[in-house]
Design a protein. Structure first.
Length: 200
């Protein structure tokens, strides 16, 4: 498989700086949604990079360090659980993506975005369904977003030890729902995701 197919297409179309964008944490009941934007050197592949969901936590951590050292530029953006509740998860995801791109030192003229929904960015956007398993730069972004969010949720596990965030990272597991039943919700829970629980 050609991991650089989409990147090379864009360079051939005349774009100069292509970044890959992906998000992590659209589904959880707690915590922010994260997005990463990554610009790789033209023609660059990094050994082991793949869709973050197909990698072990240990491998993702290793690749995080390699990607951030070897890429041309990268940035992480977030949208808080309060913003998710206010504007909905899709718009909050777009906001995190925009913040990630805005945080890049090198400004891209084209972005490859995982999925089929187009965020409003200050550059051309191409969406790629399952892009994290087709594009090198999107896969790299998926790893940076996932690792960054997981690290944040581990810190929240120390702050709110009763919920077991270190085990489920805020996703709606049986354990997580049981802890919400027992302790109620905390400041980092997404109220819009838990209306049925809150309104019992």
């Amino acid at each position: 498989m050609d991991w650089l197919l989409y990147e090379n297409e864009k360079y051939n179309e005349g774009f100069k700086v292509v970044c890959g964008i992906d998000e992590a944490g659209r589904g959880p009941l707690a915590g922010p949604v994260y997005a990463a934007a990554v610009i790789l050197n033209k023609g660059q592949t990094i050994d082991g990079v793949n869709d973050s969901k197909k990698l072990s936590e240990k491998k993702r951590e290793e690749l995080f360090e390699i990607i951030t050292e070897q890429c041309v530029d990268y940035s992480i953006g977030t949208a808080s659980e309060k913003e998710i509740d206010e504007i909905n998860i899709l718009q909050a995801t777009f906001l995190a993506m925009k913040r990630a791109v805005d945080g890049l030192t090198l400004k891209p003229d084209c972005a490859l975005v995982d999925g089929n929904r187009t965020p409003l960015l200050d550059c051309a956007v191409t969406t790629i369904i399952k892009g994290d398993s087709k594009s090198e730069s999107i896969a790299a972004a998926s790893i940076l977003a996932k690792v960054s969010r997981d690290r944040y949720m581990l810190k929240m596990a120390e702050k709110y030890p009763q919920y077991g965030f270190e085990k489920h990272k805020g996703y709606g597991t049986k354990l997580h729902y049981e802890m919400i039943e027992k302790y109620g919700i905390c400041d980092i829970h997404r109220k819009s995701f838990l209306k049925k629980v809150i309104n019992k």
